[in-house]
Design a protein around this ligand. Structure first.
Ligand SMILES: Nc1nc2c(ncn2[C@@H]2O[C@H](COP(=O)(O)OP(=O)(O)OP(=O)(O)O)[C@@H](O)[C@H]2O)c(=O)[nH]1
Ligand SMILES: [Mg+2]
Length: 307
């Protein structure tokens, strides 16, 4: 899809977030001076949009440096905020790109239940298949039979090879087999799906650590990317998820899904500023083409309802 098309889609997807911000910023600013009361109210509005307490304070401090006690329009305020947000997130925008030296390049995809892991793997498979890469998918969520079937559908749809085992099987053993399959086929990319829900969180983390350890036996650097998928609609809860997975699984980057239609699209800003992890991509729908590389300026302007 063209860049313009994507931008329009993202802007449409973030409408619920941006409308809320537009309304509240409009009501606060509405051709009055940007004094400390107005700045305080702006900070509250940013917090309510899930940007996060610390980040909202940073943004308002920046705004105050340039505009304190000046007469401003709400569009100027949104423009300034978008610029500051783009500056925070710009250095974090880093597409997921398999290193051709890795045969295969292994991406372990993690996240709590329902965030969009399996769908994201399908979208990544689609994207890399279109670029001509040989892709293998490992059905590492052995907890549910439906999860194995769901990945199988993505495999058929994208022409990726799917390696799956029995329901209840050992995911680490499955990942091991999938790696061997990928290697024997000289595949470029191995995407490993994992369960989101197990008997408890400890169990889940232990399992992920084990998958990582087993893959590391085949290639000391594998899994090369350890990606956490978070769902934007969970808002501030996403922070706790990043913290947990970072500590247990040493995650190397984030993908944020469901930015379409969420009123909590601001969460990306706070996550970026706080964790300083690469933002690989964002999900803006359920379809195969609905994953796009993260672009800071495009996102920031969409969030602020600017074209
Ligand atoms: N609107 C929207 N829906 C999405 C997006 N990504 C995933 N979904 C939907 O979210 C639901 C859950 O997606 P899955 O990919 O099954 O999530 P999962 O993390 O694999 O879930 P578990 O395996 O149960 O942990 C599905 O209905 C997806 O179609 C997105 O970017 N936007
Ligand atoms: Mg899944």
């Amino acid at each position: 899809m063209s860049t313009d098309g994507w931008f329009a889609r993202l802007r449409a997807g973030l409408t619920r977030s941006s409308d809320r911000l537009k309304d509240s910023i409009g009501a606060i600013v509405n051709s009055r001076k940007l004094d400390s009361t107005a700045l305080g109210e702006l900070e509250d509005a940013l917090i309510e949009s899930d940007i996060g307490v610390t980040t909202a304070a940073t943004l308002v401090a920046e705004l105050s440096r340039h505009r304190f006690n000046r007469q401003v329009t709400d569009e100027e305020v949104r423009g300034d905020l978008a610029e500051h947000i783009a500056r925070i997130l710009g250095p974090l925008a880093e597409p997921l790109s398999p290193d051709p030296a890795n045969r295969p390049h292994v991406v372990l995809v993690m996240g709590v239940n329902g965030t969009g892991k399996t769908t994201t793997i399908g979208k990544l498979a689609q994207h890399h298949r279109e670029k001509g890469l040989a892709v293998v998918l490992a059905a590492g969520d052995t907890f549910r039979a439906a999860a194995i079937e769901q990945l199988g559908i993505w495999g058929r749809r994208t022409g990726a090879t799917v390696v799956s085992g029995k329901e209840g099987g050992d995911p680490a053993a499955l990942a091991y087999t999938a790696y061997q399959t990928a290697q024997s086929r000289d595949a470029d990319l191995l995407l490993v799906d994992t369960a989101g829900r197990l008997h408890n969180k400890r169990h889940l983390m232990d399992e992920l650590v084990k998958i990582r350890r087993v893959l590391g036996k085949l290639d000391a650097e594998a899994p090369h990317d350890r990606v956490l998928v978070v769902d934007a609609t969970t808002g501030q809860n996403a922070h706790a998820q990043v913290e947990t997975f970072r500590d247990a699984c040493d995650i190397t980057g984030l993908i944020v899904t469901k930015l379409d239609g969420s009123a909590r699209g601001g969460v990306v800003v706070g996550l970026g500023e706080r964790f300083q992890l690469p933002l690989h991509a964002i999900g803006v729908g359920e379809g195969a083409d609905d994953l796009k590389p993260f672009e800071a300026q495009e996102y920031a302007r969409s969030l602020m309802g600017l074209s």
